[in-house]
Design a protein around this ligand. Structure first.
Ligand SMILES: Cc1ncc(COP(=O)(O)O)c(C=O)c1O
Length: 466
Protein backbone atom coordinates (compact mmCIF):
# COMPACT_ATOMS: atom_id res chain seq x y z
CA UNK A 1 0.00 0.00 0.00
CA UNK A 2 1.39 3.40 -0.89
CA UNK A 3 -0.88 6.31 -0.04
CA UNK A 4 -0.16 9.14 -2.47
CA UNK A 5 0.55 11.65 0.31
CA UNK A 6 3.39 9.54 1.68
CA UNK A 7 4.88 8.89 -1.75
CA UNK A 8 4.63 12.61 -2.53
CA UNK A 9 6.50 13.37 0.68
CA UNK A 10 9.28 10.94 -0.26
CA UNK A 11 9.42 12.33 -3.78
CA UNK A 12 9.85 15.85 -2.43
CA UNK A 13 12.75 14.68 -0.26
CA UNK A 14 14.62 12.63 -2.84
CA UNK A 15 13.83 14.27 -6.18
CA UNK A 16 16.38 17.09 -6.04
CA UNK A 17 19.11 14.54 -5.36
CA UNK A 18 18.02 12.20 -8.11
CA UNK A 19 17.99 15.05 -10.60
CA UNK A 20 21.17 16.86 -9.63
CA UNK A 21 23.52 13.95 -9.05
CA UNK A 22 24.50 10.95 -11.16
CA UNK A 23 22.88 7.63 -10.23
CA UNK A 24 24.86 4.39 -9.91
CA UNK A 25 22.56 1.40 -10.00
CA UNK A 26 25.36 -0.86 -11.19
CA UNK A 27 29.12 -0.67 -10.77
CA UNK A 28 30.74 1.71 -13.24
CA UNK A 29 32.79 -0.28 -15.77
CA UNK A 30 35.91 1.71 -14.92
CA UNK A 31 36.30 3.22 -11.49
CA UNK A 32 35.78 6.96 -11.41
CA UNK A 33 38.70 9.20 -10.50
CA UNK A 34 38.96 9.71 -6.76
CA UNK A 35 38.82 13.50 -7.16
CA UNK A 36 35.57 13.17 -9.07
CA UNK A 37 34.08 10.91 -6.39
CA UNK A 38 35.21 13.22 -3.61
CA UNK A 39 33.78 16.20 -5.47
CA UNK A 40 30.44 14.42 -5.72
CA UNK A 41 30.50 13.56 -2.02
CA UNK A 42 31.40 17.14 -1.13
CA UNK A 43 28.53 18.52 -3.23
CA UNK A 44 26.07 16.10 -1.63
CA UNK A 45 27.23 17.06 1.83
CA UNK A 46 27.18 20.78 1.03
CA UNK A 47 23.61 20.47 -0.22
CA UNK A 48 22.56 19.03 3.14
CA UNK A 49 24.60 20.69 5.83
CA UNK A 50 23.06 24.17 5.78
CA UNK A 51 19.89 23.16 7.61
CA UNK A 52 21.42 21.21 10.46
CA UNK A 53 24.41 23.49 10.82
CA UNK A 54 22.27 26.56 11.26
CA UNK A 55 20.11 24.84 13.86
CA UNK A 56 16.96 23.90 11.94
CA UNK A 57 16.98 20.24 13.06
CA UNK A 58 15.49 18.63 16.14
CA UNK A 59 18.21 16.43 17.68
CA UNK A 60 20.09 14.81 14.75
CA UNK A 61 23.36 16.76 15.08
CA UNK A 62 24.27 17.36 18.69
CA UNK A 63 27.54 19.32 18.46
CA UNK A 64 28.31 20.09 14.84
CA UNK A 65 30.80 22.95 15.16
CA UNK A 66 33.13 22.91 12.16
CA UNK A 67 36.28 22.49 14.28
CA UNK A 68 34.73 19.70 16.33
CA UNK A 69 33.60 17.82 13.21
CA UNK A 70 37.06 18.17 11.67
CA UNK A 71 38.60 16.91 14.92
CA UNK A 72 36.33 13.83 14.91
CA UNK A 73 37.12 13.24 11.24
CA UNK A 74 40.87 13.41 11.98
CA UNK A 75 40.49 10.89 14.83
CA UNK A 76 38.46 8.61 12.53
CA UNK A 77 40.98 8.92 9.70
CA UNK A 78 43.89 7.94 11.95
CA UNK A 79 42.13 4.68 12.89
CA UNK A 80 40.02 3.99 9.81
CA UNK A 81 41.45 0.48 9.32
CA UNK A 82 41.03 -0.58 12.95
CA UNK A 83 38.76 -3.51 13.88
CA UNK A 84 38.43 -4.48 17.55
CA UNK A 85 37.70 -8.05 16.44
CA UNK A 86 41.45 -8.29 15.86
CA UNK A 87 42.68 -7.15 19.25
CA UNK A 88 46.20 -8.39 18.46
CA UNK A 89 46.44 -5.96 15.54
CA UNK A 90 44.59 -3.08 17.16
CA UNK A 91 45.01 -3.14 20.95
CA UNK A 92 44.31 0.60 20.78
CA UNK A 93 40.68 -0.19 19.91
CA UNK A 94 40.33 -2.19 23.13
CA UNK A 95 41.87 0.70 25.05
CA UNK A 96 39.42 3.20 23.53
CA UNK A 97 36.39 1.02 24.20
CA UNK A 98 37.41 0.16 27.77
CA UNK A 99 38.02 3.82 28.58
CA UNK A 100 34.78 5.01 26.93
CA UNK A 101 32.89 2.51 29.10
CA UNK A 102 34.85 3.46 32.25
CA UNK A 103 34.32 7.20 31.72
CA UNK A 104 30.58 6.69 31.12
CA UNK A 105 30.25 4.41 34.16
CA UNK A 106 32.00 6.95 36.33
CA UNK A 107 29.73 9.72 35.08
CA UNK A 108 26.60 7.69 35.80
CA UNK A 109 27.25 6.82 39.43
CA UNK A 110 29.56 3.86 38.92
CA UNK A 111 31.83 5.00 41.73
CA UNK A 112 28.97 4.41 44.20
CA UNK A 113 28.54 0.76 43.24
CA UNK A 114 29.40 -2.10 45.57
CA UNK A 115 32.95 -3.18 44.58
CA UNK A 116 31.64 -6.76 44.47
CA UNK A 117 29.30 -5.73 41.62
CA UNK A 118 31.12 -2.92 39.80
CA UNK A 119 29.50 -1.09 36.91
CA UNK A 120 30.85 -2.63 33.69
CA UNK A 121 29.69 -2.52 30.10
CA UNK A 122 30.55 -2.45 26.43
CA UNK A 123 30.61 0.04 23.62
CA UNK A 124 27.98 -0.38 20.89
CA UNK A 125 26.91 1.17 17.61
CA UNK A 126 24.05 3.31 18.93
CA UNK A 127 21.16 3.59 21.32
CA UNK A 128 19.14 0.89 19.63
CA UNK A 129 21.97 -1.62 19.78
CA UNK A 130 22.65 -0.79 23.45
CA UNK A 131 18.97 -1.41 24.23
CA UNK A 132 18.78 -4.62 22.20
CA UNK A 133 21.91 -5.91 23.91
CA UNK A 134 20.62 -5.11 27.39
CA UNK A 135 17.29 -6.80 26.68
CA UNK A 136 19.11 -9.87 25.33
CA UNK A 137 21.21 -9.95 28.50
CA UNK A 138 18.07 -9.84 30.68
CA UNK A 139 16.34 -12.52 28.59
CA UNK A 140 19.24 -14.92 28.84
CA UNK A 141 19.95 -14.06 32.47
CA UNK A 142 16.30 -14.75 33.41
CA UNK A 143 16.41 -18.08 31.60
CA UNK A 144 19.73 -19.15 33.07
CA UNK A 145 19.38 -17.88 36.62
CA UNK A 146 15.63 -18.00 37.24
CA UNK A 147 14.48 -20.73 34.86
CA UNK A 148 11.97 -18.42 33.14
CA UNK A 149 11.19 -19.87 29.72
CA UNK A 150 9.54 -16.78 28.20
CA UNK A 151 10.86 -13.74 30.07
CA UNK A 152 8.98 -10.46 29.78
CA UNK A 153 9.83 -6.79 30.06
CA UNK A 154 7.66 -4.05 31.56
CA UNK A 155 7.93 -0.99 29.35
CA UNK A 156 6.21 2.40 29.61
CA UNK A 157 4.51 3.31 26.34
CA UNK A 158 6.77 6.35 25.98
CA UNK A 159 9.99 4.28 26.07
CA UNK A 160 11.86 4.28 22.77
CA UNK A 161 10.64 2.00 19.96
CA UNK A 162 13.97 0.14 20.32
CA UNK A 163 12.39 -1.78 23.24
CA UNK A 164 9.61 -2.97 20.96
CA UNK A 165 12.21 -3.85 18.35
CA UNK A 166 14.04 -5.87 21.02
CA UNK A 167 10.80 -7.66 21.88
CA UNK A 168 10.20 -8.48 18.21
CA UNK A 169 13.76 -9.50 17.36
CA UNK A 170 14.46 -11.44 20.56
CA UNK A 171 11.05 -13.00 21.24
CA UNK A 172 10.63 -11.26 24.57
CA UNK A 173 7.09 -10.59 25.77
CA UNK A 174 6.62 -6.84 26.16
CA UNK A 175 4.08 -5.64 28.71
CA UNK A 176 3.33 -2.02 27.83
CA UNK A 177 2.24 0.21 30.68
CA UNK A 178 0.53 3.61 30.40
CA UNK A 179 1.88 6.96 31.52
CA UNK A 180 0.43 9.40 34.03
CA UNK A 181 -0.80 12.96 33.47
CA UNK A 182 2.80 14.19 33.57
CA UNK A 183 3.80 11.77 30.73
CA UNK A 184 5.83 9.65 33.17
CA UNK A 185 5.51 5.90 33.70
CA UNK A 186 2.43 5.16 35.82
CA UNK A 187 3.77 3.43 38.92
CA UNK A 188 0.55 1.63 39.81
CA UNK A 189 0.40 0.22 36.30
CA UNK A 190 4.03 -0.89 36.51
CA UNK A 191 3.41 -2.56 39.86
CA UNK A 192 0.38 -4.38 38.46
CA UNK A 193 2.32 -5.51 35.38
CA UNK A 194 5.10 -7.27 37.27
CA UNK A 195 4.68 -11.04 37.42
CA UNK A 196 6.76 -14.17 37.79
CA UNK A 197 8.07 -13.86 34.22
CA UNK A 198 9.28 -10.27 34.54
CA UNK A 199 12.97 -9.99 33.74
CA UNK A 200 13.29 -6.20 33.63
CA UNK A 201 11.45 -2.93 34.20
CA UNK A 202 12.34 -0.06 31.90
CA UNK A 203 12.46 3.69 32.56
CA UNK A 204 13.71 6.60 30.46
CA UNK A 205 15.88 9.51 31.55
CA UNK A 206 14.49 11.32 29.69
CA UNK A 207 11.99 9.82 27.23
CA UNK A 208 12.30 10.50 23.53
CA UNK A 209 8.74 11.80 22.91
CA UNK A 210 8.25 14.27 25.77
CA UNK A 211 11.71 14.64 27.27
CA UNK A 212 10.47 13.86 30.77
CA UNK A 213 12.23 11.61 33.27
CA UNK A 214 10.30 8.57 34.49
CA UNK A 215 10.15 8.06 38.29
CA UNK A 216 13.39 6.09 38.20
CA UNK A 217 13.93 5.88 41.98
CA UNK A 218 10.47 4.33 42.40
CA UNK A 219 10.90 2.00 39.41
CA UNK A 220 14.29 0.87 40.70
CA UNK A 221 12.86 0.29 44.19
CA UNK A 222 10.02 -1.80 42.70
CA UNK A 223 12.55 -3.79 40.71
CA UNK A 224 14.65 -4.36 43.82
CA UNK A 225 11.60 -5.52 45.81
CA UNK A 226 10.72 -8.07 43.15
CA UNK A 227 14.28 -9.18 42.43
CA UNK A 228 14.06 -8.14 38.76
CA UNK A 229 16.26 -5.86 36.66
CA UNK A 230 15.77 -2.13 36.08
CA UNK A 231 17.12 -0.66 32.85
CA UNK A 232 17.41 3.12 32.62
CA UNK A 233 17.46 4.36 29.06
CA UNK A 234 19.68 7.42 29.30
CA UNK A 235 20.47 7.43 25.59
CA UNK A 236 19.38 11.06 25.48
CA UNK A 237 20.21 12.06 29.03
CA UNK A 238 23.40 10.21 29.93
CA UNK A 239 25.73 13.04 28.99
CA UNK A 240 23.44 15.93 29.97
CA UNK A 241 21.68 15.00 33.22
CA UNK A 242 24.81 14.64 35.41
CA UNK A 243 25.80 18.16 34.39
CA UNK A 244 22.28 19.58 34.55
CA UNK A 245 22.16 18.25 38.11
CA UNK A 246 25.47 19.96 38.91
CA UNK A 247 23.99 23.18 37.54
CA UNK A 248 21.06 22.94 39.95
CA UNK A 249 18.39 21.86 37.44
CA UNK A 250 15.58 19.72 38.90
CA UNK A 251 17.05 16.30 38.08
CA UNK A 252 15.68 13.41 40.16
CA UNK A 253 18.03 10.48 40.91
CA UNK A 254 18.28 8.38 37.76
CA UNK A 255 21.55 6.42 37.66
CA UNK A 256 23.65 3.73 39.39
CA UNK A 257 23.57 5.72 42.61
CA UNK A 258 20.16 4.05 42.99
CA UNK A 259 20.85 0.47 44.13
CA UNK A 260 17.94 -0.99 42.11
CA UNK A 261 19.27 0.30 38.78
CA UNK A 262 20.92 -2.70 37.14
CA UNK A 263 21.70 -1.38 33.65
CA UNK A 264 21.79 1.81 31.58
CA UNK A 265 22.16 2.90 27.98
CA UNK A 266 23.86 6.23 27.19
CA UNK A 267 24.64 7.50 23.72
CA UNK A 268 28.06 8.91 23.04
CA UNK A 269 26.82 9.77 19.52
CA UNK A 270 24.18 12.12 20.92
CA UNK A 271 25.13 14.47 23.76
CA UNK A 272 28.52 12.72 24.15
CA UNK A 273 29.35 14.64 20.92
CA UNK A 274 30.96 11.66 19.16
CA UNK A 275 30.46 10.80 15.50
CA UNK A 276 27.38 8.73 14.61
CA UNK A 277 27.63 5.03 15.39
CA UNK A 278 28.59 5.02 19.06
CA UNK A 279 26.86 4.30 22.37
CA UNK A 280 27.49 2.60 25.70
CA UNK A 281 25.57 -0.11 27.57
CA UNK A 282 26.37 -0.49 31.27
CA UNK A 283 25.54 -3.20 33.81
CA UNK A 284 25.77 -3.53 37.54
CA UNK A 285 27.98 -6.60 37.77
CA UNK A 286 29.62 -8.88 35.28
CA UNK A 287 26.93 -11.55 35.45
CA UNK A 288 24.52 -9.52 33.30
CA UNK A 289 27.30 -8.50 30.92
CA UNK A 290 28.22 -12.13 30.40
CA UNK A 291 24.68 -12.78 29.18
CA UNK A 292 25.25 -10.14 26.51
CA UNK A 293 28.44 -11.72 25.17
CA UNK A 294 28.64 -14.29 22.39
CA UNK A 295 31.35 -16.93 22.48
CA UNK A 296 31.71 -20.29 20.76
CA UNK A 297 34.29 -22.99 21.36
CA UNK A 298 33.46 -25.47 18.58
CA UNK A 299 33.46 -23.54 15.30
CA UNK A 300 35.95 -24.75 12.67
CA UNK A 301 36.80 -21.08 12.12
CA UNK A 302 38.45 -21.04 15.51
CA UNK A 303 37.59 -19.84 19.01
CA UNK A 304 35.24 -17.00 18.26
CA UNK A 305 33.83 -14.36 20.56
CA UNK A 306 32.21 -11.02 20.12
CA UNK A 307 30.67 -8.73 22.74
CA UNK A 308 27.94 -7.12 20.59
CA UNK A 309 25.72 -7.94 17.59
CA UNK A 310 28.23 -7.06 14.89
CA UNK A 311 31.28 -9.18 14.14
CA UNK A 312 33.82 -6.82 12.66
CA UNK A 313 33.39 -3.35 14.10
CA UNK A 314 34.65 0.12 13.21
CA UNK A 315 37.48 0.80 15.65
CA UNK A 316 37.66 4.27 14.14
CA UNK A 317 34.29 5.18 15.66
CA UNK A 318 35.57 4.21 19.08
CA UNK A 319 38.67 6.32 18.46
CA UNK A 320 36.45 9.27 17.54
CA UNK A 321 34.12 8.76 20.54
CA UNK A 322 37.09 8.45 22.88
CA UNK A 323 38.58 11.61 21.32
CA UNK A 324 35.29 13.50 21.75
CA UNK A 325 35.07 12.56 25.44
CA UNK A 326 38.68 13.27 26.28
CA UNK A 327 38.71 16.57 24.38
CA UNK A 328 35.39 17.80 25.78
CA UNK A 329 36.08 16.88 29.39
CA UNK A 330 33.81 17.52 32.37
CA UNK A 331 34.08 21.28 31.94
CA UNK A 332 33.09 21.09 28.28
CA UNK A 333 30.03 18.93 29.01
CA UNK A 334 29.05 21.19 31.87
CA UNK A 335 29.20 24.31 29.71
CA UNK A 336 27.34 22.53 26.91
CA UNK A 337 24.58 21.51 29.34
CA UNK A 338 24.37 25.08 30.62
CA UNK A 339 23.99 26.47 27.09
CA UNK A 340 21.40 23.82 26.16
CA UNK A 341 19.32 24.47 29.29
CA UNK A 342 19.47 28.23 28.62
CA UNK A 343 18.26 27.77 25.03
CA UNK A 344 15.59 25.36 26.30
CA UNK A 345 14.30 27.99 28.72
CA UNK A 346 13.88 30.44 25.83
CA UNK A 347 12.08 27.82 23.75
CA UNK A 348 9.83 26.69 26.61
CA UNK A 349 8.80 30.22 27.50
CA UNK A 350 8.32 31.03 23.82
CA UNK A 351 6.06 28.04 23.18
CA UNK A 352 4.06 28.69 26.34
CA UNK A 353 3.40 32.23 25.09
CA UNK A 354 2.06 31.13 21.69
CA UNK A 355 -1.75 31.19 21.92
CA UNK A 356 -3.21 27.77 21.25
CA UNK A 357 -0.10 25.71 22.11
CA UNK A 358 0.65 23.82 25.30
CA UNK A 359 3.79 22.02 26.45
CA UNK A 360 3.41 18.36 27.38
CA UNK A 361 4.73 17.39 30.82
CA UNK A 362 7.59 19.22 32.50
CA UNK A 363 10.56 18.72 30.18
CA UNK A 364 14.12 19.97 30.49
CA UNK A 365 15.48 20.25 26.93
CA UNK A 366 13.41 17.93 24.70
CA UNK A 367 10.23 19.95 24.46
CA UNK A 368 6.96 18.58 23.09
CA UNK A 369 3.93 20.73 22.37
CA UNK A 370 0.35 20.04 21.36
CA UNK A 371 -2.70 22.10 20.52
CA UNK A 372 -6.42 21.91 21.17
CA UNK A 373 -7.07 24.66 18.64
CA UNK A 374 -5.04 23.91 15.52
CA UNK A 375 -3.76 20.74 13.82
CA UNK A 376 -0.27 20.45 15.27
CA UNK A 377 0.96 18.40 12.28
CA UNK A 378 -0.02 21.25 9.99
CA UNK A 379 2.03 23.51 12.26
CA UNK A 380 4.94 21.07 11.79
CA UNK A 381 4.45 21.29 8.01
CA UNK A 382 4.44 25.10 8.07
CA UNK A 383 7.64 24.91 10.13
CA UNK A 384 9.13 22.56 7.53
CA UNK A 385 8.41 25.19 4.86
CA UNK A 386 10.55 27.54 6.95
CA UNK A 387 13.37 24.97 6.98
CA UNK A 388 12.65 23.24 10.31
CA UNK A 389 12.95 19.48 10.69
CA UNK A 390 10.87 18.69 13.79
CA UNK A 391 9.66 15.35 15.15
CA UNK A 392 5.99 14.43 14.85
CA UNK A 393 4.61 12.48 17.83
CA UNK A 394 1.34 10.65 18.33
CA UNK A 395 -0.98 9.59 21.17
CA UNK A 396 -1.51 12.47 21.71
CA UNK A 397 -0.74 14.32 18.47
CA UNK A 398 2.24 16.56 19.23
CA UNK A 399 5.55 17.80 17.88
CA UNK A 400 8.88 18.10 19.65
CA UNK A 401 12.16 19.94 19.40
CA UNK A 402 15.21 18.26 20.95
CA UNK A 403 17.56 21.12 21.77
CA UNK A 404 21.21 20.57 20.90
CA UNK A 405 24.27 22.78 20.77
CA UNK A 406 23.12 23.89 17.29
CA UNK A 407 20.25 25.76 18.98
CA UNK A 408 22.60 27.55 21.37
CA UNK A 409 23.98 29.65 18.51
CA UNK A 410 22.92 33.29 18.87
CA UNK A 411 19.36 33.93 17.75
CA UNK A 412 18.39 30.34 16.91
CA UNK A 413 16.04 29.72 19.87
CA UNK A 414 14.40 33.10 19.21
CA UNK A 415 14.04 32.23 15.50
CA UNK A 416 12.32 28.99 16.43
CA UNK A 417 9.78 30.79 18.60
CA UNK A 418 9.18 33.48 15.96
CA UNK A 419 8.68 30.90 13.21
CA UNK A 420 6.43 28.79 15.43
CA UNK A 421 4.19 31.73 16.24
CA UNK A 422 3.90 32.56 12.53
CA UNK A 423 3.27 28.89 11.64
CA UNK A 424 0.43 28.60 14.17
CA UNK A 425 -1.16 31.80 12.86
CA UNK A 426 -0.95 30.49 9.31
CA UNK A 427 -2.65 27.23 10.24
CA UNK A 428 -5.33 29.09 12.14
CA UNK A 429 -5.99 31.26 9.07
CA UNK A 430 -5.98 28.31 6.61
CA UNK A 431 -7.05 25.20 8.51
CA UNK A 432 -7.97 23.36 5.31
CA UNK A 433 -4.50 23.72 3.79
CA UNK A 434 -3.20 20.21 4.55
CA UNK A 435 -0.21 19.03 2.56
CA UNK A 436 3.05 17.45 3.75
CA UNK A 437 3.07 15.12 6.75
CA UNK A 438 -0.25 16.24 8.29
CA UNK A 439 -2.37 14.02 6.00
CA UNK A 440 0.02 11.11 6.58
CA UNK A 441 -0.37 11.38 10.37
CA UNK A 442 -4.11 11.88 9.90
CA UNK A 443 -4.27 8.69 7.86
CA UNK A 444 -2.08 6.80 10.33
CA UNK A 445 -4.43 7.71 13.16
CA UNK A 446 -7.40 6.21 11.26
CA UNK A 447 -5.89 3.06 9.79
CA UNK A 448 -5.29 -0.21 11.64
CA UNK A 449 -1.70 -0.70 12.81
CA UNK A 450 -1.03 -3.40 10.22
CA UNK A 451 -1.93 -1.05 7.36
CA UNK A 452 0.28 1.70 8.77
CA UNK A 453 3.17 -0.75 9.05
CA UNK A 454 2.73 -1.68 5.39
CA UNK A 455 2.75 2.01 4.53
CA UNK A 456 6.06 2.40 6.37
CA UNK A 457 7.49 -0.63 4.57
CA UNK A 458 6.62 1.09 1.29
CA UNK A 459 8.50 4.14 2.55
CA UNK A 460 11.57 2.03 3.31
CA UNK A 461 11.29 0.32 -0.09
CA UNK A 462 11.32 3.74 -1.71
CA UNK A 463 14.40 4.75 0.29
CA UNK A 464 16.25 1.75 -1.13
CA UNK A 465 15.30 2.54 -4.71
CA UNK A 466 18.13 4.34 -6.54
C1 LIG B 1 15.58 7.88 24.74
C2 LIG B 1 16.15 7.22 23.52
N1 LIG B 1 16.48 5.92 23.54
C3 LIG B 1 16.98 5.28 22.48
C4 LIG B 1 17.17 5.94 21.29
C5 LIG B 1 17.69 5.17 20.10
O1 LIG B 1 18.94 5.64 19.74
P1 LIG B 1 19.58 5.38 18.30
O2 LIG B 1 18.77 6.17 17.33
O3 LIG B 1 20.97 5.86 18.48
O4 LIG B 1 19.52 3.93 18.01
C6 LIG B 1 16.85 7.29 21.21
C7 LIG B 1 17.02 8.01 19.96
O5 LIG B 1 16.65 9.15 19.81
C8 LIG B 1 16.31 7.94 22.34
O6 LIG B 1 15.96 9.23 22.30
Amino acid sequence: MDPPELMAAIERQLKPYREAFPTFDRLPEEGRAREEVLDLLARLSAAEEGRWRSGYASGAVYQGDREHVEFLNAAYALHSQSNPLHADLWPSAAKFEAEIVAMAADLLGGAHADPARPVVGTASSGGTESILLAMKAYRDHARARRGIERPSMVVPETAHAAFDKAAQYLGIRKVTVPIDAGFRADLDAVRAAIDGDTAVIVGSAPSFPHGVIDPIAELAALAGEHGVGCHVDACLGGFVLPFAEALGAPVPPFDFRLPGVTSMSADTHKYGYAAKGSSVVLYRGNDLRHHQYYATADWPGGLYFSPTFAGSRPGALSAAAWAAMVATGRRGYLEAARAILDAAATVREGIAAVPGLRILGDPLWVIAFASDEVNVYQVMDRMAERGWSLNGLQRPPAVHLAITLRHTQPGVAERFVRDLRAAVEEVRANPADASGMAPVYGLAAMLPGEAVREMLWAYMDAMFTP
